[in-house]
Design a protein around this ligand. Structure first.
Ligand SMILES: Nc1ncnc2c1ncn2[C@@H]1O[C@H](COP(=O)(O)OP(=O)(O)OP(=O)(O)O)[C@@H](O)[C@H]1O
Length: 364
């Protein structure tokens, strides 16, 4: 079996007393697209810079395509690593034409091969007809495609993309993103993207790596990160989530809004947990004729296709619920809230998600 495109083994990096990478373990398989996401300052750029060779790790090892590029007694310079980079601001040379920008990393190749490779990658990003232009004669999206062509030209083992779409406006962003991801997929390129955008992380990655304070909180498929978050932090960072105190007894999960679901395998458990509910998992119906206290709509936000309702429960806690665009319960409407049938929500004990009943404390 071929070695992974990229490996981090127990990688640590601090800036003075600030830990930017703490015991990071990560394997990126060949052809995989991985997104790195987390709050500002969590260490995403540091991880990328360590991969590229722009920083040296204090601890651990980094391997690119099976070769140790950083570790005790080893450090391979950035230009000698098989790693390409695409930055947020494209970082093209303004005084060089498109083809000369792309040829920049190919100086070791004989002229004819270099020309052929430049033509090939410009074809891949559909810019063959703009080879003679200068960066300022291109749109933002075209400049980003040149930056990708330049990164791909030397056939790197991994391409690193640091917020590659953030300088583009909203409409162009979706289009350029689809084009770049299309080229990476078509060429089977391994890529690591840093992004701030949760939707982007979920939609382009084969895997999403969620970081916090230099740690990897969860590295998983987009579905698992969203549907089975490993912690309270991941649940609330990747999408909207509300948390309600809940109880499991006789394999039934109940909380303030009633029975949530069955919890197979928890038959003997009798424990307090918290349940994580996302707005698309919460159903609402009008509580016609209800007398007295109960859930009530306290805010309505129109988002176009869907309408976000915020409901205050009798306890004072709030829950959010997405409703189809035609449904709008005015503020003050008494409602019943329930969990959509078939949902298996995440359960937390403390800040960690649990999939099995917590072990009983040992008898003293
Ligand atoms: N050269 C440096 N010198 C000192 N501290 C640094 C340096 N580079 C980063 N840091 C610190 O290391 C931590 C991680 O920074 P990093 O840039 O990797 O975070 P990030 O997740 O990429 O943030 P952002 O999303 O804001 O770009 C932060 O606390 C940052 O202030």
């Amino acid at each position: 079996m071929s070695s992974p495109a990229l490996v981090f083994e127990g990688v640590g990096k601090s800036y003075g007393s600030i830990p930017a990478a703490v015991d990071v373990d990560l394997e990126v398989q060949r052809g995989e697209l991985v997104t790195l996401i987390g709050p500002s300052g969590c260490g995403k750029s540091t991880a990328l810079r360590l991969m590229a060779g722009l920083e040296r790790p204090d601890r651990g090892r980094i391997l690119v395509a099976g070769e140790v590029v950083a570790g005790p007694g080893t450090f391979v310079q950035p230009e000698k690593r098989r790693v390409g980079m695409v930055f947020q601001d494209h970082a093209l040379f303004p005084h060089l034409s498109v083809e000369r920008n792309v040829a920049f990393g190919l100086i070791d190749l004989p002229r004819a091969e270099r020309k052929a490779r430049v033509a090939e990658v410009l074809g891949l990003v559909r810019l063959a007809d703009k080879a003679k232009r200068y960066p300022h004669e291109l749109s933002g999206g075209e400049q980003q495609r040149v930056a990708l062509a330049r990164a791909l030209a030397p056939k790197p083992a991994v391409v690193l993309l640091d917020e590659p779409f953030s300088s583009l406006d909203e409409n162009l962003r979706a289009q350029v993103r689809a084009e770049l991801v299309g080229v990476l997929r078509a060429t089977g390129t391994t890529a690591v993207f840093v992004t701030h955008d949760q939707t982007e992380a979920l939609s382009i990655g084969d895997r999403v790596v969620v970081m916090q304070a230099g740690h990897i909180e969860q590295a998983d498929t987009p579905q698992r990160v969203f549907e089975s978050p490993a912690s309270r932090f991941v649940a609330s960072f990747m999408g909207d989530a509300d948390f309600l105190p809940a109880h499991v007894h006789s394999a039934l999960l109940t909380c303030e809004i009633g029975v949530v679901s069955t919890v197979p395998g928890w038959g003997r458990a009798d424990v307090d947990v918290e349940v994580v509910l996302r707005p698309h998992e919460v159903a609402l119906s009008p509580a016609v004729g209800r007398k007295g206290e109960g859930p009530e709509v306290v805010a309505v936000e129109y988002h176009g296709a869907f309408v976000l309702h915020t409901v205050r429960l009798a306890s004072g806690r709030t829950l959010r619920s997405w409703q189809q665009h035609a449904v709008r319960y005015p503020v003050g409407t008494p409602v019943e809230a329930s969990v959509v049938a078939g949902v298996t929500p995440t359960l937390l004990v403390g800040d960690r998600a649990v999939v099995a009943p917590p072990a009983a404390p040992p008898l003293s």
